[in-house]
Design a protein around this ligand. Structure first.
Ligand SMILES: [Fe+2]
Length: 233
């Protein structure tokens, strides 16, 4: 299992508050059998420039790494970010530096306000003009947006789609399994922020998926995750 979306780095966003919490979250991931994690702290263009963000992310990583010896086992990890959509992002300076490791994959969080066709145009330009591989974060959170616009994302084979484990838990589970059958889930993430209500939880979702996975959706997710880890090195 790979956790491709989480907020485990300490003190950089609304995720882990300190090193101690980050260590406990990492320990939870290892115990769940997660072999690789992409650290994806929030990036908001109106709060930080990419260079400031990267400095802050490096500092958080160093703080964490100085204490990793306290863990019995450390999962493989790479640095990424969760880039909040902003107008003009396809032409903004330094956007490539927010990709996952050395890869050209970039995790993007779409706006929660009502979608406009221009939002999707912008995403497509990131792919077409910059040549980056866009991963749409937690697509399930946007299923109440204009259907045509959501369809433009889901039907675009150049875009990768990430779902949160939470989608497969509770009342949304049936919809999640239906979407899984479409074969459009490329990556999974815990989107974990803490040790309580938003804790690492891939272990809770995977058995739900396994039960109904006749078309190899989990194998596909595993293959795509490995491809990204390799490209990131
Ligand atoms: Fe997130």
């Amino acid at each position: 299992m790979f956790d491709c979306h989480c907020h485990i780095l300490p003190g950089i966003d609304d995720g882990s508050k300190n090193v101690q919490m980050s260590l406990a979250m990492l320990d939870m991931e290892v115990r769940q059998g997660v072999e690789g994690i992409i650290f994806t702290p929030h990036f908001y263009a109106d709060m930080n420039s990419p260079s400031t963000f990267l400095r802050r992310r490096e500092k958080a990583l160093q703080e964490l790494e100085a204490n990793l010896n306290l863990l019995p086992q450390v999962p493989d990890y790479i640095l990424g970010s969760e880039v909040h959509y902003f107008r003009g992002m396809s032409r903004s300076e330094g956007i490539e530096s927010l990709c996952i490791g050395n890869s050209n994959y970039i995790l993007i969080e779409m706006p929660f306000r009502t979608w406009q066709p221009q939002f999707i145009d912008e995403i497509e330009e990131i792919t077409d003009v910059l040549g980056l591989r866009v991963i749409i974060a937690h697509i399930e959170r946007y299923f109440d947006q204009d259907r045509k616009l959501v369809k433009r994302i889901v039907d675009n084979p150049n875009l990768l789609i990430q779902c949160n484990a939470e989608f497969f838990l509770g009342r949304s589970a049936n919809n999640a399994l239906k979407f899984m059958k479409s074969g459009r889930i490329d990556l999974l993430g815990s989107d974990s922020h803490n040790l309580e209500h938003r804790r690492p939880n891939l272990i809770e979702a995977v058995p739900v998926m396994q039960k109904k996975d006749k078309k190899g959706a989990l194998d596909h997710i595993d293959r795509v995750s490995r491809r990204i880890f390799e490209a990131a090195r």
